[in-house]
Design a protein around this ligand. Sequence first.
Ligand code: GLC
Length: 531
Amino acid sequence: MHPIETNRSLDERSLSDIISANLHSPRLRSLETVKSSESLEGLISPSIRSSVGTPRDRHNFEPHPMIGDAWDALRRSLVFFRNKPVGTIAAMDPTEDSLNYNQVFVRDFVPSALAFLMNGEPEIVKNFLLKTLRLQAIEKRIDCFTLGEGVMPASFKVLHDPLRKTDTMIADFGESAIGRVAPVDSGFWWIILLRAYVKSTGDHSLADMPDCQRGMRLILTLCLSDGFDTFPTLLCADGCCMIDRRMGIYGYPIEIQSLFFMALRSAKSLLKPEGEGKEFLERIDKRLQALSYHIREYFWLDHTQLNNIYRYKTEEYSHTAVNKFNVIPDSIPHWIFDFLPMNGGYFIGNVSPARMDFRWFAIGNCMAILSSLATPDQASAIMDLFEERWEELVGDMPLKVSYPALEGHEWEIVTGCDPKNTRWSYHNAGSWPVILWMLTAACIKTGRPQIARRAIEQVEQRLSKDGWPEYYDGKAGRYIGKQARKFQTWSIAGYLVAKMMLEDPSHLGLIGLEEDKKMKPALTRSASWTA
Ligand code: GLC
């Protein structure tokens, strides 16, 4: 594949705003104690891309040896359909039973796609977007039930017939997945990736194609349709996203809400206002307003807000209720009182009637920063939390997917005794190197690159030596996961994306959205918002 010249004119204004805002933020100046060669000057240097797989280091230092290994491994993971690359396989571990890890997962391909885009190789991303769009059009049935038209696959497999010399593609929309749950995140990632492709190449022709416009509208139809909802958040089954097994995230999980918000904002920039597009754009605007208000207001937790909840009265009736969801203060788990520092805050895992899931989830919080669902003050408070609770959230291996672990009886009830999700393992507070790219992007967006550097240094101690595992176990993430696959592609690609973004922060434009000033919340409630 030949890299092509990328056009980033679309990004320039917004990014220079972000970067210059970060340069002038008092927080950044006080925290920026890194050597001059690593300072923010470097962060705004022009991008350097390489014509071969491994990008050169901008300081003319030897690039970290892991970078070359990672590119080799990423290229080995390519999946071809009729001789064209269409994605990357989830894992290339020869020692483990492949189960469905020999497939291209939509969510897993995102960091691979970003790595290729950042390296000036958009072709595979285009092929992937077009192929998955074709798969979306298939009629999807589970037993006698037909799924919504817009559902995007969780994953697909390419079967090569060497005799007939034919390739066939088989998609899984959840009907073969463990637990039989449809991936709500896939459609959102698809739209987000389409925007990244347009941003990276400057080529609007793909997104403007009637089929792509229709594909987007179908995804949006699934989540913007009228129903019995009283909240603008999206009601989901357990296991419908990266956490794809029962983990008590049913309801309104923050990961989905952040991706929903980002997909709506991305679609807003891609949908053409003609024909049906116009109506969708109006619905998107309304939903974005309501969604941002709801999440910023009811999912946000910091010291002041926790104290408010702790003192909540219950059984309040009418519009003037303070405790709107009738959360009983006795249901607040004990750990949160010690965990929550005076500085810092985060969006909690879930909010629904009489239920607040106080667990911290990495993807939802990082994506809330990247999409600007988090206000600048909230984004900054989330970064404060990372610093204050480094041992707990990052430990030896970035990054805990959730915190803390469910244990004992709670684990039995919530996970249904899932032996893969035992405490401090896998989705139950295991550590997932892939999330490094989201952390790094969030760090750059909030002007805190030193946090990303610290995390990347930790990854570089072990990840390649350990064979790029899928996840780590233990409170500090010190042990290679019990059932972790090796050569997990998104662990590899996530590292590359983190490195490339830190080297050239203008890449942030592919995946970061500027704050929409019209969506400012009316309320300022707590210390960390207004600090
Ligand atoms: C596991 C993860 C899921 C991922 C898949 C392939 O099922 O939970 O998020 O997409 O593996 O890597």
